[in-house]
Design a protein around this ligand. Sequence first.
Ligand code: SF4
Length: 371
Amino acid sequence: MDDFIGDFVGNKGDLWGGKRYNALAAHLRRQFGNKIVKVGLDAGCSCPNRDGNVGTGGCLFCSPRGSGDFAGDSRAGIAEQYEEVRRRTLVKWPQARYIAYFQSYTSTYGDPARLARLMREASLLPDVVGTVLATRPDCLGDEVMEVLTNPLTTPLWLEIGLQTIHDSSLEIMNRGHDFACFLNALERLKPYNIPVCAHIVLGLPWETRGMMIETARRVALLPLQGVKIHALYIIKGSELGRIWQRRKESSSFGVDVEDGYKGGEGGDRRAGEGRDGDGRDGEEKGQVVWEDSWKLLSRQEYVELAADVLEILPAHFIIHRLTGDGRYKDVMAPTWTLAKWELLNAIDREMERRGSRQGGTTENRPLAVFC
Ligand code: SF4
């Protein structure tokens, strides 16, 4: 397990594959000496924020596929989903190894015995060297912990959704948990030595830059091994997408709704009683209304913000992602998020221009202090 947590790579760019941040791809190549491909899988899990246990509408930004839009099809089994990706990958990278990534919905939710079977099945897939489980902080009970520490399965990462440290934002997002819940999950995970990656999102339209920076600063102090950073994009079928569409159709919209902020201020199979099912929209239910003060980040704003956040995060945090990219046909705004490689290159150039690197502003700080 320790091997999978990864080495502390300090701040040497050469160890980071020439990057100015500790990217997952380079980290995995160092660890396994090979190209490692993450295979998104949909194990047919549900989510307590959709089935009524915690909530019924899901998170504001969540897609109808439980934020697993690039994962396989749950109607096929895990092995079939995996083989489909592996077959394609082998053509380009015959030596590649794989990580089984249970991406869709909340993979530790539901029957722990089922989770145990899934993890075992993933471990037995050919050329799999590890597993990543995407989950929520409130779905890590004692029985789940037992399963996660099963020595017969491949090394494990947990990817836990946090999104932001601000409870007011979590409430607007309808996350169904607060920041304290995330801290509690980390505390409970401590004895198990399971590497944890926190998922955060930059560009929530009601958050100020200061709030996003504050999230980075607090996250930097947590006992984490990785961070996954997403640029918010609005996706069809999400509640945010519905709100956005209404605003787009409204004559009062003062922004370029296709490309995001341009200046100025101004049938889910597992959804239970989901938003689609009750025929009402968020505004009618009095949940969320797009405020005129809300705005989406421009591409340049995101580039600068991502660079700021990288400078804040300590060098030993592995950066699992630096942006998010939805399916072309599904992303409503901002459309610059679709050009993933251009965006990543722009962040590289911004770090270069600054002469900075990950952890550049945190060198003298303790590496992991639980707050
Ligand atoms: S917890 Fe995850 S799967 Fe559930 S509604 Fe939120 S983003 Fe979607």
